[in-house]
Design a protein around this ligand. Sequence first.
Ligand SMILES: [Zn+2]
Length: 559
Amino acid sequence: MRPLAIAQMCVVATVFAAAPAAAQAPDTILVNGKILTVDQQFSTREALAIRDGRIIALDTSANIRKLAGRQTRVIDVQGRTVIPGLIDSHLHAIRAAQTFATEVNWIGAASLTEALGRISEAARTMKPGAWLIVAGGWNVQQFKENRRPTQAELVAAAPGNPVYVQLGYGWAMLTPSALKLLNIYSDADVPAGGKLERDAAGQPTGAVSGGQGAIIALFDKLPKPTFEQQVDGTKKFFRELNRLGMTGVYDPGGNNLLPDDYQAIFKVWRQHEMTIRVAYTLCGNTPGGEFEEIKNLVALLPQGFGDDMLRFGGLGERITAAMNNNNRPTEAEKAKYYEIAKWAADRGMTLTMHWNTDASVGQLLDIFEHVNRDTPIGALRWSVAHLNDASEASLRRMKALGMGWTVQDAMYFGGDGYAQQAGADAARRVPPVETGKRIGVPIGGGTDAHRVASYNPFTSLQWFLDGKTVSGHAIRGPEETPDRMGALRFYTIGSAWLSFDETKRGSLEVGKYADLAVLSKDYMTIPVSDIHTIESVLTMVGGNIVYAARPYANLEAAH
Ligand SMILES: [Zn+2]
């Protein structure tokens, strides 16, 4: 039979099979939109129809209206832009969610005055004497004052509360009552690797500075939210992400996150109240004992276990403590790592690994290539997170291993420092996403929030397009700058690939989930410098409205 005849038969068969279903009216239709489908051609449609959580048709408004039955909900989006729900491929969402209801958030504050105002506001709204904790997600350059808060300012903002403000993983300012509650009176009381910061006169400023380990241990001393607060925080954080057009996350575990900390999201999942689809991974937590720990934890947890709202997505982003942020691992440390990676490959597990610099990533890729010789990993979608200065050679090695690359807007906060240290030329190509794309490495967009970055996807999308740091310096060159379509692909179908979900979501096509966001402004045409101001006015996950604002707020209430 000629190929064409086979193709025709297939078409007939498909239509025939779809016919009984098509007789049923859609649950919801969206009309009068500028729907960016993010399909292969990046085609734009006017309207779509949804039934049982999935898209059943995309067409003109007139044709989609013809499908509607008496029960069909018709949503006129009045010319607004509709995108597939955004997916962050590297967001520490489970950790951020756990504390979202009890933390103070400095994300996006344009001045220190505004940030301190949020502390005062929290002092008024939280219960008297509550800890006020800013866990990160901000940096000095975002403030017009261009400096950190002083202890006196924090005390003035919330005289009756202990206050803790962390900056990245290197510094935290505590008020006197916070220091007292943590029993910190001298350097001896500070976790190993940290010390009390002193001013020119030798007086303690209230800040603790030190390495990542010290700040992580310091944070662990803070009181944890109650379980109810964690559940509440999880729901609120997911809603906050929905407000920003997000419908999915690939969660890479992280510091300060132990198995107990997953219980809040598990409860939300059991209650069927997830509004973000989460694929989660497990980190090794016990230095030296990671292999035993991981084996125990996943003994009854096969790769891919779960459902489309919550799914186990493998190991990472930290496998062993010894290989974490270690640019010169010993042979023994690499052998241990190989053992775990090989074990994961034998079980068909995905693995995502945090690695920062290209100069040393060969140490990691050598191990992955070794594993691949023994057990092919090409179908397992392993990935490297960060690697902002990835060389073409490393990207080619990743491509050969079938690996993906999760890219975050780390240079939005860190770009000025990077340019200073590595030079303007090197800064022009961080991160080299166009090179990665040309080589064919699957790329997911994201943020790495919420300790070291804002979770706002539109801040990240804008940064992909203008390469500007938070202080306004454009450091990336046009040769590594994607266009608007390309950046949106990273943040949708690109991220979906990391959790094997690209056939279910990440684009708006027939058969896929109706995970989408109706935007407040047109992502494709507004000035790039305004993209960070975009929000969703209507977000759906599987056809359910999970967030709605004016003029659609009533739809959410009705739902
Ligand atoms: Zn990381």
